[in-house]
Design a protein around this ligand. Sequence first.
Ligand code: AMP
Ligand code: MG
Length: 350
Amino acid sequence: MFTNVLKINPDNFRTKELKEACDILKNGGLVAFPTETVYGLGGDALNPDASSKIYKAKGRPSDNPLIVHIADMQGLYDVADDISENGKKLAKAFWPGPLTMVFKKKNIVPLSTTGGLYTVAVRMPGHAIARELILQSGVYIAAPSANISGRPSPTKAEHVIEDLDGRIDMIIDGGSVGIGIESTIVDVSCEETVILRPGYITKDMIEDVVGNVSIDAAIKGIPKKDILPKAPGMKYRHYAPKGQLFIVKGDACMVAAKINRLVYEKENKGYKVAVIATDESIIDYKCNIVKSIGSRQHEDSIAARLYDVLREMDYLNVKYIYSESFGDDILGGAVMNRMLKAAAYNIINA
Ligand code: AMP
Ligand code: MG
């Protein structure tokens, strides 16, 4: 399949530039597009053939449901049932934006889109291109991240091209995304409001709007075999570079010392090794490849660079990667959540 790559300036484009993309979506095809979180792989959420194509293009397990993207509140009432007060309050506070909410689904949403669940995850993105695609096509867009399943999510069109060129109809290149990690997912379909995936909207921000919420026990700490996460996708290894990633925890000075020793051992054996550091600590490491993921003073910069740095490890063909750890102070633990999954929970205590 030929994949058309179309460059569009998100700050200055004419609606007719998106006509072809909208036609593809209306006809059941697939278009990758930028959102404020990561690039999404979009298809008509109400067309079972289109959602099947999404699973196939990504190699995504069929029990991992897709998020449905809407552009206005009417969209929510069309796809979701029994919309709770908390759901309405959170929509008012954070939409359009990087928050996904899980509701009971309406019948028009096919089970192939929801991975067989009777709930549906809905998000109203704020990105101008995403919004225009939904409005102009008249299609509610099912869009998981536009990567091959298991790989780091794409934060620029080049990442999408790497993974999906030849597998989908079109890629809209709208430059680098702003946030760089996926939306926060909150289940508002039951009495209790529960965070299923941490993201840019933190627990504190959510509690400011609806009072106490909990975090799905299954996503705290190292996964346990007997408790399955409520967001099915959270059980899979994800975001992983091809080399082996280790997260080194502890006091900053001890972490640098430990990493430097590990690097020395591996480089001596002839392996290609890299360190993931921050702007503040980059000078502390003795390794042929040291990459900064951003500044601890600006947590947003760390989220924005995360997946790009993980992909860079692949371009450099690195065998062992040692990274500093990032606590709950960095975006409410969202960065560490992704890092731990990428590292398959390989933690080294310094
Ligand atoms: P992605 O769009 O690639 O970030 O993946 C979407 C995430 O949303 C996955 O972790 C899914 O398991 C989760 N998700 C989608 N729909 C639901 C739902 N109805 N209930 C719980 N989690 C969901
Ligand atoms: Mg994903």
